[in-house]
Design a protein around this ligand. Structure first.
Ligand code: 4AD
Ligand code: MG
Length: 502
């Protein structure tokens, strides 16, 4: 079977030739004499035209009764057809059913998020999940290539940890032969050791946070890439981060345009993502949040949301009327799919409308010293068309390892990168405290156990140098690039605080 199999993605090289495709029925419709089977083979979609008389009669009959997601091989002539999905069609001359499926549970009709997550083992085959998966693949490949091509050495840091690398409240405990270890929250502390050995390093792996957050930005298991560099300062880190993110975006634009189009992603917006990104200090961000600009901005947002709501409601009424009448099955299914999308958009808009006054109030009353909240990040990031660096946060709001700014000891030399148009933080990073006594003081102030950090403090005893790094969350990055509103759609098998499905 594997010998003469052609992939759908290769069809452009086979126009006018006979090929055999292997795959699954994605959609099928029949008009009696001719059947249209949209085949899915993992590399793409292809419409196969099955005409009575051009294929053995018994095969024609078998195909007519195939359910969605049946598997088969199908042979035929490749012809260019610009109106067809993928631009090519197969005029079938023969086929072999491998496994006939009936009652595939995910139909083109309406399914809630919960149903689809419960059926994730099957839902991964959907076009949306496929497009996101392809883009995630490119993002990860671009990440590795960027660091490998720029003199970084990959260092694998452990997953089982003896102490916290970020806030202690979000540690997952593991019973380790009677003693307690934790799942890693960050590879950073071990990576700092490696930076003193190799200069420029990165780690990339699964990361765990027992955060009691059910937001669209939080998973309990996510993938994070972390570079760490010896002899670097804050401007150097920002430059590295903006080159890195621009590189990921341009790779996705280069490799995944069709997928971005299918997902309805903001391609023009992504084409604009080039250095330099915007730079704000935390103090400037707070001034914006408390100022007139935000008041006006939030009011405009509300007007815009209300307009969008009206348009969507009008379209829903139109479709509901159509559905109540006599229409063809394929049209009914198409409408049903549009209704699902519209209702989910409407839910989101309603939440935004409800939250708008609350978020405006939180912003207006923001007190210098607190960490920026999710809604504050959303406001700042919605105001910008490119990513924004927010730097120099208050020391009290941030992790023990961040370097105190020597010119203003109230702040640290850190940054968050906020993705534009409301997506919020995708990177957190900092210069590290490299003075032994200052670091020890921070460990004490935060109530952490000194003995857990002996080895980490040693780095400040033996050839301490200015150094720093950052962490980028893969799922948040994919959500931003694809325009997915919830990051649970951006990892194949999501783990969330309130639910783990399969
Ligand atoms: O800002 P964070 O917590 O930074 C660190 O862990 C540093 N130690 C990184 C470093 O300097 N080496 O996390 C970094 C990024 C966030 O910006 C976000 O993209 C992602 O990791 N992230 C999450 N993604 C999904 N779900 C969660 N619960 C996440 N928590 C952080
Ligand atoms: Mg952070």
């Amino acid at each position: 079977m594997s010998d003469n199999r052609t992939l759908i993605i290769q069809l452009k090289d086979f126009a006018g030739q006979q090929v055999t495709l292997s795959g699954w029925v994605y959609q099928a419709r029949s008009s009696g004499k001719v059947q249209f089977i949209i085949l899915r083979d993992g590399s793409g979609l292809c419409q196969c035209v099955v005409e009575k008389g051009k294929i053995p009669d018994d095969v024609f009959d078998k195909l007519e009764h195939l359910g969605q997601e049946s598997s088969l091989t199908i042979t035929g002539l490749v012809r260019a057809e610009p109106r067809s999905v993928g631009g090519f069609e197969l005029a079938a001359t023969n086929a072999q059913v491998i496994h006939a499926t009936t009652d595939y549970p995910i139909t083109p009709k309406e399914h809630g998020v919960d149903f689809l997550l419960k059926h994730r083992h099957l839902h991964l085959r959907s076009q949306r999940q496929w497009c996101i998966g392809k883009i995630r693949h490119t993002v990860i490949d671009a990440i590795r290539r960027f660091f490998n091509d720029n003199g970084f050495t990959l260092v694998d840091t452990p997953i089982l940890m003896s102490a916290a690398g970020e806030e202690e409240q979000s540690l997952f405990e593991v019973d380790y032969f009677g003693s307690t270890l934790f799942l890693t929250q960050t590879g950073q502390l071990h990576l700092e050791c490696a930076a003193a050995a190799f200069g420029k390093v990165y780690c990339f792996g699964p990361t765990f946070r027992a955060e009691k957050s059910k937001t669209r930005r939080h998973l309990t298991e996510f993938w994070m890439v972390e570079p760490e560099v010896a002899f670097i300062d804050l401007p150097g880190l920002l430059e590295l981060a903006e080159n890195f993110v621009s590189n990921i975006v341009s790779r996705v634009l280069q490799d995944n345009k069709p997928q971005l189009e299918t997902l309805g992603a903001d391609i023009a917006g992504l084409e604009n993502i080039k250095p330099p990104f915007y730079r704000l200090t935390y103090t400037q961000a707070v001034e914006i949040l408390r100022g007139e600009k935000t008041v006006k901005f939030m009011a405009e947002q509300l007007t815009q949301l209300s307009r969008q709501k009206e348009t969507i409601e009008k379209r829903i009424t139109e479709l509901d009327t159509e559905q109540a009448g006599q229409i063809k099955q394929w049209k009914r299914d198409k409408n049903a799919a549009e209704l699902i999308a519209l209702r989910s958009d409407l839910d989101e808009i309603n939440i935004k409308i409800e939250n708008n006054p609350k978020h405006a109030k939180l912003a207006a009353e923001f007190q210098w010293g607190k960490d920026l909240g999710g809604s504050d990040e959303t406001i700042i990031s919605t105001m910008h068309d490119k990513p924004v660096f927010v730097t120099h946060y208050p020391r009290e709001a941030k992790a023990f390892y961040m370097k105190t700014d020597r010119d203003n000891v109230k702040v640290v030399q850190n940054f968050d990168m906020l993705a534009p148009k409301g997506f919020g933080e995708i990177i957190g990073g900092s210069v590290r405290e490299d003075d032994h006594d200052m670091l020890l003081k921070r460990i004490d102030e935060m109530g952490l156990k000194r003995e857990n950090y002996d080895w980490y403090l040693d780095l400040r005893k033996y050839g301490s140098v200015p150094h720093g790094g950052f962490g980028l969350g893969v799922e948040r990055t994919v959500a931003w690039l694809t325009g997915e509103s919830h990051i649970r759609q951006c990892i194949p098998f999501p783990r969330m605080m309130d639910k783990v499905y399969i």
